[in-house]
Design a protein. Structure first.
Lengths: 150, 150
DNA sequence: CCCTAGTCAGGAATGATTCCTACATAGCAT
DNA sequence: ATGCTATGTAGGAATCATTCCTGACTAGGG
């Protein structure tokens, strides 16, 4: 969702995050996509408008926004970290072929709880659900190249 | 669960994995613990019996066993990969303090499905559930040092 | 408008994992 | 049993996302 700079600034101030050109650009890029980009994806996007931007600033900014609760880090396996501008509670559906990450909003999943017998005395604070599979185009691609495992 | 070398050998042959001293030692170490050790943990354990063992062999062996379906790789966040000798379907409970990973066996969780409305045309093959919290001793430690965020 | 804690850019460092290569060996076929 | 060869092993070098360092810059409270 495309956000006005003033709305971004307001959110930053509400979360005690200093407003800078770099941060605004990075957060804006993240907020207007649902594609869960990596730090480097964001660096490439933002560099077009701000060629002086350092990759390092992207990493640092993302860590600041993450710690402030404005951004979520999504780790899938050992691939590079992906970032999510949607901080409301939700889960993900991941394509094993192309790595795309789709949002899953489902109240039943959000309410999932561990039975106390399984909790082992833990103070359980949250959970994460990931579904894995193949998206439409990856499924297609696999059918077209049956050489590797049917 | 402690396994006899002959049982390990049988499993290897069933999965077309060549039997070597190194592989047997690595798989034995993994099978008799429930602690989800990292590659380096396993290297340290196995090196005691086989000082010539290379760290590289541990990585290579784990990839062979993983591809053969004898071992599962468990990635938690961006920490180093952890390995699981239990390949039956189950989920995990993770301590945010010490990083320990406990098994959660729960048929309801295993049966979890994505509603077709949410599936976005994906061919969904599996899912993963992770619960996060603090174990008994980490909870204790946090209480004892209330200096950082109560 | 000043001051300074916080931020930025660029480069070096890190560290888990992977790649490379020469030697060793498991296990099939003589 | 013996030899052959595809595969595995050890150790070192390379990779590469991420973090660390450092010196210049600036947001924003006073
Ligand atoms: Mn998301
Ligand atoms: Mn497990
Ligand atoms: Zn796909
Ligand atoms: Zn703990």
């Amino acid at each position: 969702m495309k956000l006005h700079p003033q709305e971004i600034e307001a959110r930053f101030r509400r979360h005690a995050v200093r407003v800078t050109r770099q941060r605004t650009a990075i957060y804006a890029a993240l907020a207007e996509t649902t594609s869960h980009p990596s730090a480097d994806d964001l660096y490439q996007m933002v560099k077009r408008q701000q060629p002086m931007m350092s990759r390092n600033t992207v990493y640092y900014t993302l860590s600041v926004l993450r710690d402030a609760g404005l951004v979520r880090e999504v780790n899938v396996g050992h691939d590079m970290a992906r970032y999510d501008g949607n901080v409301s509670m939700h889960h993900h559906l991941i394509c094993l072929g192309c790595g795309q990450i789709m949002d899953v909003m489902d109240d039943d999943l959000n309410r999932l709880q561990l039975s106390s017998g399984q909790a082992r005395g833990f103070d359980v604070l949250g959970h994460r659900v990931e579904f894995h599979g193949y998206c439409v185009s990856c499924r297609q691609a696999r059918r077209d190249v049956p050489s590797r495992r049917g």
